[in-house]
Design a protein. Structure first.
Length: 481
């Protein structure tokens, strides 16, 4: 992008914030209304996870290609087109007559969201000087936190007043506002014609990488149906490994590859990305399991459940910029490690949830979780972007979002497998969509016990992310005097 004057870069940040905000709202709002969607269409817990998975799968497959294309044809173009697609597909999702159409709508929303997610961090970081990079990533994380906060409130309140369909109508209207702001305030950065950029793109690498992600993710999600030792799962694992190897060999030979392998030679980039992936795998358990616990098991309304999750998003919004400022002075290691340890403690506290757990205790745990994640993400993002260099900001931004989305996919699939398997072993189907069945306390206790086991596994995964964060060193840049 072009260099911006100080007086204008806040308008660019505002436009980027609006687009990021609505895309994040979609994920958190969809999560809080998923139990209601499951109830209307009569689907069980394993089936309901596909509402999130098809969306994230679409984003994950297209994330790196979108970032690379944005570097060729301009980030503003990719961002604006993505928002338009996101807005139109929100309407389809809102008026979906059955579960299949809803999933198609979520796939198309993912297609639009990838244009925003793949370029958001690059747009924001690029308008700040290097010595304020952690501050920039902290501000971006604050917007993400505000979106998470807003999604839970918007999703819960709108569903309680109207229904879950109205949530997606709101997303359509806000997306139109975000699109207009992008067209007005984002700097024109077109680097060539769209046709030339698309024809010279590494489509073979895109296909191989997409096929690898699809096979790998589907294999993981079907382990609950076939079993880890089944022929289908073993073949899926082997086939995904073959696709990855062929992809890496191809990318290493191309002069203009989709995947910038050189950046992984930097320890901060590779280790920071792995820690980020592990963090999202662990933290996604609460993203998926808590709405079912609050709405279906504890019996709270969707609106009240959304309000209970507000403190988590508020802390994410509040402490993201603060942790970024701290990292500008101390480096990423101290705030990131502090955040991971706090988040690990919060996940462990989730294992003690019962039918009698007080509202105050739930709020305290979510505050710890939101604070911990916010203290980790800003310095982690800064370390990754700093080690990639400005010339690779587009790829680095897309890859960071890819790790987040892959973390969500595995982080949702893993607890879903644990909960489903354990509930079946206890003699109950993993189905909380039938209000009559929920009158059986045994079903509720089975879910709580299974949920506790899943959160315990997530606690140990988060501790491993904390250990990785120790190896991410300072890469601060002094301000010009």
């Amino acid at each position: 992008m072009q260099s911006l004057k100080f007086t204008s870069h806040w308008w660019v940040f505002l436009a980027a914030a609006l687009g990021t905000f609505i895309v994040v709202i979609d994920q958190s709002a969809t999560s809080i209304v998923t139990p209601k969607i499951a109830f209307q269409f009569g689907i069980d817990i394993p089936a309901s996870q596909w509402i999130t998975i098809v969306y994230i799968l679409t984003v994950s497959v297209l994330m790196i290609p979108a970032g690379a294309i944005a570097d060729q044809i301009g980030r503003k173009r990719v961002w604006s087109i993505g928002l338009i697609i996101f807005a139109l597909s929100s309407v389809l999702t809102a008026f979906s007559p059955n579960y299949v159409v809803l999933l198609i709508g979520k796939i198309l929303m993912g297609l639009g969201a990838v244009g925003v997610q793949s370029t958001g961090m690059a747009i924001v970081v690029n308008i700040f000087p290097d010595h304020q990079r952690s501050t920039a990533t902290g501000l971006h994380m604050g917007v993400v936190g505000f979106g998470s906060l807003g999604g839970q409130v918007v999703g819960g309140v709108i569903e309680s007043v109207f229904n879950w369909r109205a949530v997606f109508i709101f997303m359509f209207l806000f997306s139109i506002l975000a699109t207009i702001s992008a067209l007005i305030f984002l700097v024109k950065d077109s680097k060539g014609s769209i046709v030339k950029g698309l024809t010279s793109f590494d489509w073979v690498g895109t296909f191989l990488f997409g096929a690898f992600l699809v096979v790998m993710i589907l294999t993981v999600n079907f382990t609950n149906s076939f079993g880890w030792a089944s022929f289908e799962i073993i073949m899926g694992i082997l086939f995904s490994i073959v696709l990855l190897i062929v992809f890496l060999i191809l990318e290493n030979k191309l002069s203009n590859p989709m995947f910038s392998l050189n950046v992984f030679r930097a320890r901060n980039y590779s280790l920071g990305s792995l820690a980020r992936l592990t963090c999202f795998i662990a933290s996604s358990a609460s993203f998926f399991l808590l709405p079912f616990y609050l709405v279906s098991v504890a019996g709270y309304s969707t609106g009240f459940a959304g309000m209970l999750l507000v403190p988590r998003g508020f802390c994410f919004m509040l402490f993201g910029p603060i942790s970024g400022r701290i990292a500008d002075f101390t480096g990423p290691r101290i705030p990131a490690l502090f955040g991971m340890l706090m988040c690990s403690f919060a996940l462990y506290l989730y294992t003690n949830l019962t039918l009698d757990t007080s509202v105050m205790m739930i709020i305290i745990i979510t505050v710890l979780e939101g604070t911990g994640i916010s203290f980790f993400l800003a310095p982690n993002s800064s370390a990754i972007m700093g080690s990639a260099g400005r010339e690779n900001y587009g790829f680095a931004s897309a890859f960071m979002n890819l790790t987040r989305n892959l973390g969500h996919i595995f982080g949702i699939a893993l607890p879903a497998i644990i909960v489903s398997s354990m509930m079946l072993s206890l003699g109950y189907d993993p189905d909380l969509s039938d209000s009559k069945k929920l009158e059986d306390l045994g079903l509720k206790f089975a879910y709580i016990d299974s949920m506790s086991r899943a959160f315990l596994v997530s606690t140990f995964i988060m501790l491993s992310a904390a250990a990785m964060s120790i190896g991410v060193t300072a890469s601060r840049v002094k301000a010009n005097k």
